[in-house]
Structure formats: structure tokens, C-alpha cells
Design a protein around this ligand. Sequence first.
Ligand SMILES: *Cc1c(COP(=O)(O)O)cnc(C)c1O
Length: 413
Amino acid sequence: MSKQGFTTRQVHADRLLNSPENGAVHTASTNSVLFEFTDAQGIIDVFQGKQAGHVYGRSSSNSAMALSNQINALEGGIGAVCFATGMAAISSVFLSLFKHGDHVIVSQYLFGNTRSLMNTLMDMGIQISFVDVTSLENIKDAYQPNTRAVFTETVANPVTQVADIQGIGRYCEERGIPLIVDNTMTPPPLFDAKAAGASLVTTSLTKYVAGHGNVLGGAVIDTGLYDWQQFANIKPAYQVADTRQWGLTQIKKKGLRDMGATLTPDAAHKIAVGMETLALRMAKACDNAARLATLLDNHAQVERVFYPGLADHPQHFMAREQLSGGYGAILSLDLKAGIDPVDFLNKLKLVICATHLGDTRTLALPVAPTIFFENGPQERAKMGISETMIRVSVGIEDIDDLVEDFRQALDQY
Ligand SMILES: *Cc1c(COP(=O)(O)O)cnc(C)c1O
């Protein structure tokens, strides 16, 4: 199995990971919330973890478990848990692993809602230092005796800063703390988070993995690199026999069972189907993005383009080292002074003005007054977000059509 290629494994995993009845190629989407035990001893054994099984839909289902197995294989982990959304996955990790008085080093270039979540955590007494993750030195400077973890995205949205994950991974290993990486922007086969040293990977399945804008989901994957016996906050109840499962057990019990951030069986099925074409869609979207970035970068009406594949991107070299499968499909741009981004977006005919990314369709929106509006001008400036920035999530359309759409809009100025 392991010798097979990425997509071969993807399209055959569903059949092999489970034992579908009647030759069903897809895992059955079972919607039962409750599970019957004809021998009452069975419910006791499952509750006490002595036997595998499901007891209640909030904690587990066959559909979510099958998807977790597939996601786990995707990232090469030792286990994965699926959640209702990407935000549910991230908030479950933070709320189950950290407590009042803990310190976490977090990237200052974060998805807006994750940044907002950090404010909530700070109100609850978790200390957060926001640092520029493009340089390891900043992580070292922020380290404190009560630092419990480092959290970063791979390529930031919308300015595409690239984190020095390999450097940070080595440093976290030295310090004995987990490195948590949000790999939403660069899912496999683009970026191998485990090889770069990530302990936990979070991802929004809503984006590239599911890929079609028709379902929400999230996941947490444990790469197996971190020794949870070093971690101060694992409750005795979750110190299970396999010490590698301590972290994920606590995240699962708190996030799913206690906080109820559960993925529905129907959603799990849709994500599993979308995921089959992940590598094909990523390759096309990355190729389209690279071509579009070059076109825009050379256009007289464009002031600046942010895309890690461009040679003048500040972390281009690091991106080349870390992103073996492509530079991602997000690019941002500033038009020449005087061009109103709203007016420009209205001139695009094919590209859809929408929030969301990782779709098959190309999407664009003005960043400052929408997804980063709540952050205010000062925080935006710190993230490198200009007030006129446009973000483009490049889809899988035929490149000539995308080029034509941007060209006709730009040529009107
Ligand atoms: C969209 C996104 C999330 C949140 O995912 P949802 O599934 O929308 O909750 C988290 N991190 C990043 C980087 C994202 O782009």
C-alpha cells in the first residue's frame, strides 16, 4: 500500500479502510445517534475503552471514523479526529490542551477568525505572544518558561507570508513542546507537515480537501512526533496505554464529547468524495495561480502581487524548500493607487466575488473591509494587509479564461 501514489491511495482508501457491506465502494453514511448493545456488558466495555465501538453520535460515528482514517493517511499521522468545521478543530485543540496561566507562541499572520479566537483565549487567562513566524529568532525571543506550544499556519492568508516550519519544528523539539500547524492552505501533497516537524496538524476540510464549497469540516491529526508524556496538561483519565495517543484522546474527549464540535455523517461522506480529487485539483489550481501571479505582476495597473512562487517574494527561497508540491493557490494584489478595488472586482465577469477559498471556482474579495474588518487598521498593518488589498483564491478553470477575465478588467483603467 505505502508504495502506491498519493491519488491511488486516495481513491481506494474508502474501500480498504472499512469493510463495506454488499460491495459498497463508499463507507455507508450511518445517521444513527444511538447504538444498541444486545449484551449489556458491551456498553460497559466501550464506555471504558476496553473495546472499540460507538455509544453516542456526538462522540463518534462510523462515517466520521472512516474519514478520520483517510485524513490520517493523508498527513501520515498516528491518528486523526474530525470536527464540524476548521474553527471547531482549532478551538478544540486550544481549549483542551491549554489552561489559565499557560503561554502559547502564535503566528501574527493568522486567519481572521483564528485571530479573533485568540482574543477570547486571552480573556480566559491563556497568554498569547503574536510573532513574525518567517524568522525563527522571533520564536526564540518569545519563549518563556510557561510556553506550552507554538501555533502557526504554513502560508498565511492573505499576504502569503511563509512560516519557517522546519526551523520552528527543530526548536520546539529542543524545548520539548508541541508545534501545531494549520495546514489548510497547503494540504498534501503540497506540504508534508510531519516531515517539517509538526506535532499536530489542524486543517479546514471545508477548503481544498473537500474542495467544492458544499460542506463544512475540520480535522486534527497527530503526526506521532511529540512525546505527550512531556506535556503538563494531560489529565490522568486520558493517559491511555499508548502514550502517543494521549494528546488526541484529550482533544477528542473535550472537543467532541464535551464541547460537541462533531462532524455529521453526511458531511463526512461529502468530504470523503471531494478528497478523492485533491491532488488533481491542487496541481491545476497551483499552476493557474502561478501563471496568474506572473501575469498580474507584469501588468502596468498592478502595484504589487503577493505569491510565494514569485522570485521576489520575501520568503520565496523558504517556500521552495518547504513546498515540494507547489506554491499554493492563493494570491493577493494591490492595484495601482487610485483604482478602487470594489470597482475593479465589479469588472470581473468570471471570477466570483465571495469569501471562501480552496474552491474549484476562482473567488476574489476586498480584504480589509470584509474578512479582516473586525481587526482594525493597526492589526491589519501588523499583518501586512493594505487597506486596498484584493485576495484571489484561484480555482481550476481553464487558465486562458482566467487570464482573459483579469486582463479585460485591468485594461479598462
Ligand atoms: C477557513 C480557514 C479556517 C477555518 O475553517 P472553517 O472550516 O471555515 O471553520 C482555519 N484556518 C484557515 C487557514 C482557514 O483558511
